[in-house]
Design a protein around this ligand. Structure first.
Ligand code: IMP
Length: 432
């Protein structure tokens, strides 16, 4: 029997499910919040008392004053961007303390950002639509064993030696015309940022040891997923994916913990679907209804402000997400955005070359040609935002929620009915 006190929160779709708000709610009860994947491509928006906080690298637990926050090894860190984010948070009245960063986290260096833009340009019509934060090239360098880690910065001599070797090596194999910043510029920018982070009391350490110690002491730990299942490098809609492990299994590799230390996995499902960037999207809505949902749901990228594509809820994709992540509970977000629609549609299957597909296809060519099989449910007029409890929810909302529970054979723990911290109804404690 697993008696650990850990909860993983995972996006069940293509990211932007509204995880920030759910994580904010849960982190108020957590003693430790851990980011385990991605980098500053992630954008978690949390609204508290009309103040909007946008986090990229910082775990959302920084809003709660007594929480310990950890950026674990699976996260790639642009430390100048991290410093800027902390300074911005401080301007917003937050005091960032108890923040630990893994010494094994790979660095995102200035040339990774240049390369990200360069690759996208060269991909032309096949571009992925990345966030241009250098994420792909930084993970690539990590896997090809040609990058630097935060721990390297702690010894100036080692840092200079490794940076000089890697920089010259990269220059030799890159035949691009872009001006790369010099070794000296990179050396100084990284060490300046590090110095300022250390002055703020941020600790660079072996976070796997720290997290495992916390687990063994029975601490309540929230693992905060970034992006979503369908953006996972292995199980997402490759190549239109990010470069990290966004699924629940990513916690083990990203945080350095054994699988049996994971107790619960909460899947965050937006009441409809959205995706930013390129790639197939079978449930996409291609008429003016998409504009209505986009505006109402403010579906614009947190990091890039790009308009997001929107679609109906997709059960084929969600069953796949359940299979891969092992959700023990669900959070259904942004139900209020669908208020005012007479009918709500759900994709219950895909049709490909006249045949019905029950499983989400691995081949992007097949996915691209899948036609959605739609089921229609009645909508609701009520705005939902000021609803005080379950008893005030329209019956049609219940029907929609029951349909999701039945299809995914998973209980709904939380529903989101508006952007504010208070616009949430808890049905079950996701930790239990
Ligand atoms: P990258 O992570 O910047 O390489 O971008 C790869 C793909 O993942 C692009 O389609 C991005 O729009 C998408 N992506 C990356 N981070 C997020 C996120 O936090 N939310 C939603 N999409 C994301």
């Amino acid at each position: 029997m697993n008696n650990k006190n850990t909860l993983v929160v995972i996006g069940a779709q293509w990211g932007d499910e509204g995880k920030g708000k759910i994580i904010d709610l849960i982190s108020q009860n957590a003693e430790v919040v851990v980011r385990f994947n991605g980098g500053n491509n992630a954008g978690h928006t949390v609204i508290v008392d009309n103040k909007i906080y946008k986090f990229r690298l910082l775990p959302s637990g920084v809003i709660s004053p007594n929480t310990t926050n950890i950026i674990a090894t699976g996260v790639i860190v642009n430390i100048t961007a991290l410093l800027e984010e902390i300074e911005e948070a401080e301007k917003n009245g937050l005091f960032i303390k108890n923040l630990y960063i893994s010494d094994r986290s790979p660095l995102v260096l200035p040339y990774h950002i240049i390369l990200d833009k360069f690759y996208e340009e060269k991909r032309g019509a096949n571009k992925i639509g990345t966030t241009s934060r250098g994420i792909g090239p930084a993970y690539t360098d990590h896997f090809s064993r040609d990058t630097l880690h935060i721990g390297d910065l702690l010894d100036k001599e080692i840092f200079r030696e490794k940076l000089t070797y890697i920089y010259n090596f990269k220059r030799a194999i890159l035949s691009i015309n872009y001006e790369l910043p010099s070794i000296e510029e990179i050396y100084n920018s990284q060490l300046n940022a590090l110095e300022k982070l250390l002055e703020k009391g941020i600790i660079i350490t072996d976070t796997s040891k720290l997290i495992n110690d916390f687990i063994n002491r029975g601490k309540k730990i929230l693992f905060e997923g970034a992006q979503g299942t369908l953006l996972d490098i292995n199980y997402g809609t490759y190549p239109y994916v990010t470069s990290s492990f966004t699924i629940s299994g990513g916690v083990c590799v990203g945080a350095g913990i054994p699988p049996q230390s994971i107790s619960k996995v909460l899947g965050v499902v937006k009441a409809y679907t959205s995706r930013v960037g390129e790639g197939p999207f079978p449930s996409e809505i291609r008429n003016e209804l998409a504009d209505f949902i986009r505006e109402k749901g403010q579906e614009y990228g947190t990091v890039t402000r790009r308009p997001r594509r929107v679609g109906w809820l997709d059960f084929v994709a969600l069953r796949y997400a359940k299979r891969i992540n092992g959700f023990t509970g669900l959070a259904i977000t942004k139900l209020d955005v669908l208020s005012g629609l007479e009918k709500i549609k759900i994709v219950v299957g895909y049709k490909y070359q006249g045949k019905i597909l029950d499983e989400f296809p691995s081949s992007l060519h097949i996915l691209d040609k899948c036609e959605p099989i739609l089921e229609e449910l009645p909508g609701w007029k009520e705005p939902l935002r000021n609803i005080k409890g379950l008893h005030e929810l329209p019956n049609t909302v219940f029907r929609y929620l029951e349909r999701i529970e039945k299809e995914l054979e998973t209980k709904i723990d939380i529903i989101g009915i508006g952007p504010e911290r208070k616009d949430i109804i808890i049905l079950r404690d996701p930790w239990l």
